[in-house]
Design a protein around this ligand. Sequence first.
Ligand code: MG
Length: 281
Amino acid sequence: MLYPVLITDLDNTLYNWDDYFAPSFRAMVHFLSKETGIDEDVIFSDYRYVYREHDSIEFSKSTQELAFLRDYSSSRREKLAKTAAIVFGQTGRVYLHPYEGVLETLSWAVRVGIKLICVTNAPLVIAENRLQRLKMSGYFSGLAGYLTDWKETEFRGRSKKRIYWGLQKEELNSKRVAYEKIAGTLKLSPKSMYIIGDNLEKDVEPAIDLGAIGIWAKYGKECKPKSLETIRKISTLKKGEVNVEKKHAVPKKAIVVDKFKEIKKIIHQPPQITLEGFELD
Ligand SMILES: [Mg+2]
């Protein structure tokens, strides 16, 4: 019997990233506009430029690099950036929620002996923080993500119970490298790896190619129209680029789920140790 491991993507698989990020971002832009008198559209456009430069929509020092703030003194710029981050964080607290049934399913998985690993292309420090704010950090025995300027060894100390895999940005273009590293460290057979994610190209296809069970979190595509509009406005896609993910076909071997909790029906539970004559409530 193979002991199953559930590897899950973070954004738009465990929680709705779009509906969390977009209103938080708008609140931050609104604050900056009110403080400086600069039009919100100009601020949107400056953020888009910074995100494209860094190829990340969650680049943490983006406000300090906004073009319209260049003429401000560094102390004023720092102060604005700091308060903007607070506005973002406070708004985010209202909009950051796990999808329905996620916490219950994670808790069930741990209870029945399924090991949980989170794989994300977000920086490890952001992912760690977000798992904590989503109140699901304690369920995961491993986290793989983008190793920015944080040293892998520093991360080991953050949670003694958790294993961290720090990867380079290019290694996360497809998550295959991450899956292989996890399989290597934990000595897993791909057949025991259940891998769920909302991105067919980056999460699901590499899982199936590896011989694991690939599960497509179809629900991850859904968000409020206003969130989509905001994210499109600051998209890091370069001019002329199209979102290839939209055109991507669902691999034949992929299992499609409309809710995260459906994985309870998909994963074969590990054998339970039972004592004769002893019954749990
Ligand atoms: Mg995702």
